[in-house]
Write a protein that binds this ligand. Structure first.
Ligand code: FAD
Length: 480
């Protein structure tokens, strides 16, 4: 099939499992798709690809479910070659503008993120995934301390190890693949330190038994770690990282039943890398700027993955954390729904019955994981007053405690005004949960008008009210 000059146009933001599955399903049903992603290659976090210039000979050894990736990759290539999908790499979307007759997706192009691009579409799918929750502890700003997903991204994307001797710590199902991946790539993994007690999962045997593939995946990682003699400490936490120029060791300690450090259980482990993660949070900036309702921390969607804003769908971890397979199922449902709705039809639920079944089962499964894998309830007790919490503005824990205590701040916004915590480059994306925890107020994703920092010149030159004419070729886009 040649370039499709006619037909409705969908903009998909995010080329991870969810965005890819949606783009393929929609494009196969006559929708012109612009697949927009900030990365240089499709794949998202789970299928993160290394740059072609690095010449990875066997990239599959760093991945799981490689056959699914091959299917997605080849499907995308066929749709791009057929002119049905325009894959816009290195496009950093900062705002999606809703208009009376559609949407304009505003992006910044290239590594410098200075060249503005606007993509006009009839519908938008937000598939922007999630980001890691980071909690501070003494020494967490030392070079060599990275997030667990960051270590994984270095390995998959850059084919490099963050160091030679690693401790992997925090909580959540991501820690096992990260530890196994680092070990398989040649790092010595001195310890895996998990705050939760996975044995608690046994209480949910009925739900777990319905997911033998997930159980087998967990068992494979556990066997791999055992084979490589990685010491696994459950119900333990890192209380401090030590070093002068960079991390040289960490102190870990056991936790009691309430999530408090048990005095006298501290032990020091030498390492040059600490990969630490405390779970993930959905990316919701673009959805919130569009006015989409949230459900908890994720974007609220209906059975067809529609948000409450007409013309806007959301799929994958932007709607809640649940792994790549759930993202694939949600993406497919969204793609089928979009293809039907853009052609003024109601989608036939039978067309996505299998995906819907997988979706409900996996949502139930991950809801349980969410209750089991939580940061230690009293993690703030380990954060000394001089620990920097907001790295952008260098705000120590003492300032946040003072704001919430003597100065009476009762929410993250007021703490920010009093201390500048969350006012820097990352706009609180990193320190938000930590500030909320230390100030003892509820964490809510802060509403930001733009998802990315935007040069003032770009902002001044963007005509938000301009009426855009639709491009007939999905590859035909121009500066805004
Ligand atoms: C750092 C990290 C590493 C991970 N590693 C693993 C792992 O090894 N194993 C595992 O099972 N799970 C891993 N996960 C979990 C993983 O996110 C999910 O399993 C799965 O990839 C979610 O799919 P998704 O399509 O919803 O989102 P993602 O795969 O996260 O894809 C979202 C895509 O949206 C793009 N994007 C986001 N915002 C914008 C924007 N404003 N403009 C343009 N593009 C944007 C991103 O570049 C990304 O490609 C990791 C998560 C993170 C954050």
């Amino acid at each position: 099939m040649g370039t499709m000059a006619e037909g409705p146009h969908l903009a998909v933001v995010g080329a991870g499992p969810a965005g890819l599955a949606a783009a393929l399903a929609a494009a196969a049903r006559g929708v012109r798709v612009s697949l927009i992603d900030s990365a240089a290659e499709a794949g998202g976090q789970f299928y993160r690809q290394s740059a072609a210039a690095l010449g990875a000979r066997r990239p599959q050894v760093l991945h799981h479910q490689w056959r699914t990736w091959e299917r997605l990759r080849d499907g995308l290539a066929a749709h791009v070659a057929g002119g049905r999908v325009a894959h816009l790499t290195d496009h950093h979307v900062w705002f999606v503008e809703g208009q009376s007759d559609g949407f304009t997706v505003h992006a910044l192009l290239g590594p410098e993120q200075e060249q503005p691009v606007a993509v006009r579409a009839d519908a938008v799918l937000l598939a922007t995934g999630g980001y890691e929750k980071v909690l501070p502890f003494p020494g967490w700003t030392l070079p060599g301390v990275v997030t667990a997903g960051g270590a994984q991204a270095m390995l998959k994307g850059g084919l490099v190890l963050p160091g030679r001797v690693a401790v992997v710590a925090g909580t959540g199902p991501l820690l096992m693949p990260v530890a196994a991946g680092l070990a398989a790539a040649g790092a010595e993994v001195a310890a895996l330190v998990e705050a939760a007690d996975p044995k608690v999962l046994v209480r949910h045997a009925r739900v777990l038994a319905a997911h033998p593939a997930k159980l087998a995946e967990g068992a494979r990682y556990a066997a791999e770690l055992a084979r490589r003699r990685v010491k696994v400490h459950v119900r333990h936490t890192v209380v401090a990282a030590h070093g002068s120029e960079r991390v040289e060791a960490v102190t870990v300690a056991a936790l009691d039943g309430d999530g408090r450090v048990l005095p006298g259980t501290e032990r020091r482990i030498a390492c040059d890398t600490l990969a630490v993660g405390h779970g993930m949070l959905p990316h919701t900036d673009l959805a919130e700027a569009l006015g989409c309702r949230l459900d908890g921390t994720g974007v609220a969607v209906d059975d067809e993955q529609r948000t409450d804003v007409p013309g806007v769908w959301a799929a994958g971890e932007t709607t809640g954390i649940g792994g790549a397979v759930l993202s694939l199922a949600e993406g497919r449902i969204a793609g089928l729904s979009i293809a039907a709705r853009l052609n003024s039809r109601t989608p036939d639920p039978r067309s996505y019955e299998t995906a819907a079944k997988a979706r409900s089962g996996l949502r139930e499964f991950f809801a349980i994981l969410d209750t089991v894998y939580a940061p230690p309830a009293h993690w703030t007790e380990q954060v000394t007053d001089d620990t920097v919490v907001c790295r952008c503005e260098e705000v120590p824990a003492s300032a946040i405690r003072e704001a919430a205590g003597e100065l009476g701040a009762g929410d993250v916004g007021t703490v920010k005004l009093l201390t500048r915590a969350g006012m820097g480059w990352c706009q609180g994306r990193m320190c938000g949960p930590a500030v909320a925890g230390l100030a003892r107020c509820e964490f809510q994703p802060s509403r930001r008008p733009f998802a990315r920092p935007v040069p003032l010149g770009v902002l001044a030159g963007t005509d938000f009210d301009r009426h855009h004419t639709d491009s007939t070729d999905p590859t035909e886009i121009g500066p805004s």
